[in-house]
Design a protein around this ligand. Structure first.
Ligand code: PLP
Length: 425
């Protein structure tokens, strides 16, 4: 079936190596210019990624050719829509090596997936005095839902601290596990420090202490091979829009028996098998968690994105981004006097660099870079506690993806020198 991917990526042969210059032609937005005629230098992929033609066409294809609702109609167009939607489930399962597509629950984004688990699993399993272990490097999406849960249930949150280099302290994690937490929830890759956490080891340690494990893969799935079976996690969440897919798409993976035991999150159409005036019976998983009409086009687009990434090969994607971050960590301190970079060495991090220029607010940095067509993020990146940990109000962040080229990091260095020149005149 080809509904979801009419335009394939520039495929590479093994040993996998990307040619980012070649694959940039798959991303139409990269040939646009800003209001000053400057070409786009997009270094904000951790916020959301650009979309390849394959994804744009998959969304467009649904809207143009078969925009029926799913799971309901028995006419050809509706069956085609259902087929494309369910095919996405299988593609996403393949991308993260989930054992069964029925363990993939579609959600709008990673945030919704975590809220789903906190609401459904959390409200049934967390009680007074129970603790949940998080880390100091969590995005608000993997913090605030747990705050709400423990406030309601009178439970506790504990946090694995990080070193000044931005890596978790395993010896403290071990001590926290003596509290016998019910859940350990941590990010696979930090959206501010870039740190890649040892997901498998942490999961093994948590399981040995009797805890379930939720991993926030929002910054991992787009950038590296993820194998939920090898990691051994219980819940794994991510967003489609950061992995070259459309906004409004995302997934929760969870072990089947957990999903079976969890009560519904939202209620309404599609999530039921039988409805009577005073009681209802739930549909099978994953439909039990998919009430109402979803963003069908977006999820089909996420399927095309999964295809695109698997076509490139996630090892090749990870190697490319490692090259980029290694290059940036070498170049920026040499070329940009006084730059302060946060986070670990390249070997422990994914493709992003958060930084500050001495005495210059990151918002000013981002605004001046914008004049040159360079897009970076400035602020707390939805990780305020992490910024507090480093005594920072904000940082600027350059983040990479498959279409990022070293020349764009060169442009960033030139742009940052210009920012320094303007402020230090
Ligand atoms: C590590 C991490 N977790 C969760 C999220 C939340 O993603 P979304 O806004 O797509 O729900 C983000 C978004 O930046 C993130 O970087």
């Amino acid at each position: 079936m080809t509904d979801t991917a009419t335009t394939g990526p520039q495929r590479q042969t093994a040993p996998a190596r990307l040619d980012p210059h070649l694959l940039r032609t798959d991303f139409p937005i990269l040939s646009t210019v800003n209001r000053l005629g400057k070409p786009l230098v997009y270094l904000d992929s951790a916020a959301t990624s650009l979309k390849p033609l394959a994804v744009i066409e998959a969304v467009d294809g649904y809207n143009r050719a078969y925009s029926a609702n799913i799971h309901r109609g028995i006419y050809e167009m509706a069956e085609r829509a259902t087929g494309a939607y369910e095919e996405t489930r299988a593609k996403v399962a393949r991308l993260i090596n989930a054992p069964d597509p029925r363990e993939i629950v579609f959600v709008r984004n990673a945030t919704e997936a975590i809220n789903l688990v906190a609401y459904s699993w959390g409200r049934r399993n967390i009680g007074r005095g129970d603790s949940i272990v998080l880390t100091e490097m969590e995005h608000h999406a993997n913090l605030v839902p747990w705050q709400l849960l423990v406030q309601e249930k009178d439970g506790d949150l504990e946090f694995v601290p990080i070193t000044d280099d931005g890596v978790l302290r395993p010896e403290v994690f071990e001590v926290l596990l003596h509290l016998r937490p019910k859940l350990v929830a941590f990010t696979h890759a930090s959206n501010m420090l870039g740190t890649i956490n040892p997901a498998r080891e942490m999961t093994e340690m948590a399981h040995a202490a009797g805890a379930l494990v939720l991993i926030d893969g929002a910054q991992a799935v787009p950038h590296m091979p993820v194998d939920v079976q090898a990691i051994g996690a219980d819940f794994y969440v991510f967003s489609g829009h950061k992995m070259l897919g459309p906004t409004g798409s995302g997934a929760l993976w969870a072990r089947r028996e957990l999903l079976e035991a969890m009560p519904p999150f939202m209620a309404g159409g599609d999530m039921i098998r039988e409805v009577h005036l005073r009681r209802s019976e739930w549909n099978d998983v994953p439909y039990k968690f998919e009430a109402g009409t979803p963003d069908i086009a977006a999820q089909i687009g996420m399927g095309a994105a999964a295809d695109y990434l698997m076509g490139l090969g996630m090892d090749a994607v990870a190697a490319h981004e490692k090259d980029l971050v290694t290059y940036a960590l070498d170049l920026l301190p040499r070329e940009v006097p006084g730059i302060q970079i946060y986070g670990p060495a390249a070997e422990h991090r994914g493709g992003l660099v958060s930084f500050n220029l001495p005495g210059i607010h990151p918002h000013d940095v981002a605004q001046i870079l914008d004049r040159s067509g360079i897009c970076v993020r400035a602020g707390h990146h939805c990780a305020m506690p992490l910024h507090e940990r480093f005594d920072l109000a904000a940082t600027a962040r350059a983040s990479f993806n498959v279409y990022t080229i070293p020349e764009e990091i060169d442009a960033l260095a030139v742009g940052l020198r210009e920012v320094s020149r303007i402020f230090n005149r």
